[in-house]
Design a protein around this ligand. Sequence first.
Ligand code: IPE
Ligand code: IPE
Ligand code: MG
Length: 254
Amino acid sequence: MSDDLTGSAQSLPRHIAVVMDGNGRWANKRYLPRVAGHKAGVNATRRIVENCAKAEIEALTIFAFSSENWNRPVEEVSSLMALFITTISAEVKKLNKKNVCVSFIGDRSRFSDKLQDSINESERLTKDNTGLHLNIAANYGGRWDVVNACKKLLVQVENDEISVQDIDEGSFSASMSLGDCPPPDLFIRTGGEQRISNFLIWQLAYTELYFVDTLWPDFSDEDFDTALQWFAGRQRRFGKTGQQITTELVQEKN
Ligand code: IPE
Ligand code: IPE
Ligand code: MG
């Protein structure tokens, strides 16, 4: 559908957020251990990063490990930690060559020193890159993010740097993870579940939500295009009426 038919002002998302779900079920279907699903998931992650860079999307935020995922069996958690270390060291140089700027969001203090070192090094190496901004959510929880922002602001009040009156939606957003990114325009969740699972609960307030049954390791270039096409067909109203949006678009074009 064209922009004219849908009244959509913005056909390409600036920022995409993804819950990469379904690795375990992908492995189960093949009688493989769950970690095989996580390894296959890395290939799908590489594909979406390339596709976002190619489409000149500004930012991609991916959910790699939630604050609740520590509740998984110990063996699965340790194989995921090992996979993070090998994947970061194998991928970061390639990402750097592609001008991708890598950042991690979440509480990294619970990770091993080795994993924290590779996280810090990947951020240091890519920090001046001007291409796709890849945010990796690791030991991330949306509720943690809100509480963390409150703490940051309260410390500033305590130190007389700001007053309580300075706390508004803008300063709150800026204190949260991704404070320097526009909020996600498109949220994609694979694996068939229709929930947020404590991902970016504040930042997703006006995001278009796209759920697909495809398991993450199977998420293909075509699936990505389909999600973009679905997004282009949305009319984002932000509380206004559809008629207002259409009128504004006509005025912008003239
Ligand atoms: C998502 O896939 C990856 C992580 C949570 C690390 P899952 O491991 O949740 O896969 P399913 O939902 O069990 O299939
Ligand atoms: C969300 O997936 C976290 C990641 C993809 C990293 P989960 O599979 O952990 O979500 P729930 O627990 O089923 O909601
Ligand atoms: Mg899951």
